[in-house]
Design a protein. Structure first.
Length: 456
C-alpha cells in the first residue's frame, strides 16, 4: 500500500507562482533575484500557515539555481535544485529556534557561517520561530547578522514580530505576510479536490475556508479530515456534521423570529442547538458574528468585509435587507453584553434566553425607549373606555392631593421625629392621670411625667 501524504505536505508550494495569496510579496522577491539586489538578512512575519517557511525555502532554492527561468523561477533541473528537492542540499540550513534557542545553539550557527558553499552561490540559513530565542542568544547573533560573509543570507521567520528586539529588526528587510482570503483558499481547495479525484460542494469549501481562519495549512488539514469521511464527495451537510459547525440556517430562523417578536420560538431553536451539543458561549458568539455579517452586507461598499464567496454574499445581502441598521446594531450590542457576562453568570442558560428575548423586543422600536421594547408594552391599552372603567382604572390614593397654599408649609417641615415623640409622651401622661383620678390614687412617678410634658 502506498504511503499516504497529507495535503499540506503533498501540495506545499515549490515555486513562487504556486504560493497562495501572497502575489505582491512573491513578485517583490522575484524582482530582487532578477536584479541581483539581495539583502544579507530577511525577516518574514505573519500568522501561522500563510507560507513564510515555504517562501524562504523557494527563495533559497531560486538564488542557488544555475538556470533560472525567464519569469524568475527555479528550473528544478540543475544539481542545486535537485539536491534541494531531495532534501540533501548543503547550502540550505534550517534551524528551529523553538527548540534550539540558547546561546550555544547560536554559537554553532555562527561557526557554520564561516564555511563557504560547496555548490551554488549562497549558503542560506533559515531560522524558524526566531522570536523564541533567548535574550542572550539574540545578543550573540547581532554581530554576525549585521556583517555576515558575502556568501551568506539569513532568513528569519516569526509569527510574533513584537517579541523580536529592535536591534534585530533594524538589521533585516521585513516582509509581512497577509492572511489568506476565503476566496483564495476556496480556489486552492477546489484545485486540490480535482487533483485527488473528488467532488466538493462550494458551500462545503466555504465552511472549511472560514474555519481555517486565514491559514492555508489549516484549511488543507481540515480538508483531509472531511475527505476521510466523505468518500470522494464532500457535501455541505457532511462537512458541518464532521466539523461540528453550527448551520447558518439556525441563525436565519432566529432572525425571522426576532423580526416577528416570537420569543418562545427563539428559545425552542436555542434548545435544538443545545441538544446538538453546541456550547452556549459558542452559540452567542456565532450569533454576534452573524449580526456583524448582516451589518456589513447592507452596503455594497462594505460587503467585501464578508469573508465568503459571491453566492453567499448575495444571500446575506438579501437577508440583511429585512433589518434596519438600528436593529442590527442593538442586537450586536446585546450579544456583546451576553458574551462579557457569560463567564460570571450563575445561570448561563437564562442569560442566553434573556438575551434572545431582548432582541425580540427590538423588532418594534418606539420613540419612548429607543427600541428597548418597554414602549410597546406601555402602549397596550383598551381602544374605548367607559366612564365606569375609566374611574376604576384611576390609581387608588389614601387622600386627595391639593396644591399647597403660599402660607402653608409642607408636612415634612411641620412635624419632626422629636415633635412626634414628645406628643406621644404627653398623650400617655394625660391618659395615666385620667386613670389615676378615676382610682383616686395618683402614682408617685406621675409628677415626673407631668413635669417633662410641661417642659416639652
Amino acid at each position: 500500500m502506498e504511503n499516504y501524504i497529507v495535503s499540506a505536505r503533498k501540495y506545499r508550494p515549490s515555486t513562487f507562482n504556486s504560493v497562495v495569496g501572497q502575489k505582491a510579496l512573491t513578485a517583490t522577491l522575484k524582482n530582487a533575484i532578477a536584479t541581483h539586489r539581495l539583502a544579507h538578512s530577511y525577516l518574514f512575519c505573519g500568522s501561522r500557515g500563510v507560507g513564510k517557511t515555504s517562501c524562504a525555502r523557494i527563495f533559497a532554492k531560486t538564488i542557488n539555481c544555475s538556470n533560472p527561468t525567464a519569469d524568475g523561477e527555479a528550473c528544478n533541473e540543475c544539481d542545486s535544485c535537485r539536491a534541494f528537492n531531495e532534501g540533501s542540499s548543503l547550502n540550505i540550513i534550517e534551524l528551529d529556534a523553538a527548540s534550539n534557542n540558547g546561546v550555544d545553539d547560536i554559537r554553532q550557527l555562527v561557526e557554520q557561517v564561516q564555511i563557504p558553499p560547496s555548490q551554488g552561490t549562497y549558503r542560506v540559513f533559515i531560522v524558524d520561530e526566531v522570536h523564541m530565542l533567548s535574550a542572550a542568544a539574540f545578543n550573540a547573533f547581532l554581530k554576525t547578522l549585521e556583517e555576515p560573509p558575502s556568501y551568506v543570507i539569513f532568513i528569519l521567520a516569526t509569527t510574533e514580530k513584537h517579541k523580536i528586539i529592535p536591534t534585530i529588526l533594524s538589521r533585516c528587510q521585513i516582509y509581512d505576510f497577509k492572511r489568506i482570503t476565503v476566496r483564495d483558499m476556496i480556489d486552492h481547495l477546489t484545485y486540490v479536490a480535482s487533483q485527488e479525484g473528488m467532488t466538493a460542494d462550494p458551500a462545503a469549501l466555504n465552511v472549511i475556508a472560514r474555519k481555517a481562519d486565514g491559514a492555508m495549512r489549516d484549511a488543507l488539514s481540515i480538508f483531509d479530515q472531511v475527505a476521510a469521511s466523505s468518500r470522494g464527495n464532500i457535501t455541505y451537510q457532511s462537512t458541518i456534521e464532521n466539523l461540528n459547525v453550527l448551520d447558518y440556517n439556525y441563525y436565519n430562523r432566529l432572525l425571522d423570529c426576532f423580526l416577528s417578536g416570537k420569543v418562545l420560538d427563539t428559545w425552542l431553536i436555542y434548545k435544538e442547538i443545545r441538544d446538538r451539543g453546541f456550547d452556549s458561549h459558542f452559540f452567542i458568539n456565532g450569533l454576534a458574528d452573524y449580526m456583524r455579517d448582516l451589518m456589513v452586507a447592507r452596503d455594497p461598499s462594505t460587503i467585501v468585509l464578508l469573508e465568503a464567496d459571491d453566492e453567499a454574499r448575495k444571500a446575506m445581502a438579501a437577508t440583511s435587507a429585512k433589518c434596519s441598521p438600528d436593529f442590527i446594531y442593538r442586537a450586536m450590542n446585546l450579544c456583546n453584553e451576553a458574551d462579557l457576562n457569560y463567564r460570571t453568570a450563575s445561570n448561563k442558560q437564562f442569560l442566553i434566553e434573556l438575551t434572545l428575548a431582548k432582541i425580540c423586543q427590538l423588532s418594534s422600536p418606539s420613540p419612548d425607549n429607543s427600541g428597548t421594547g418597554e414602549g410597546r408594552l406601555q402602549k397596550i391599552q383598551p381602544a374605548t373606555t367607559s366612564p365606569a372603567t375609566a374611574q376604576a382604572s384611576q390609581p387608588l390614593l389614601p387622600f386627595k392631593l391639593k396644591a399647597a397654599r403660599p402660607n402653608h408649609k409642607p408636612l415634612s417641615q411641620l412635624l419632626s421625629i422629636q415633635t412626634i415623640t414628645e406628643e406621644i409622651i404627653r398623650l400617655k401622661t394625660i391618659r395615666r392621670l385620667n386613670l389615676c383620678n378615676n382610682k383616686g390614687q395618683p402614682p408617685s412617678h406621675t409628677r415626673h411625667h407631668r413635669h417633662n410634658s410641661l417642659q416639652s
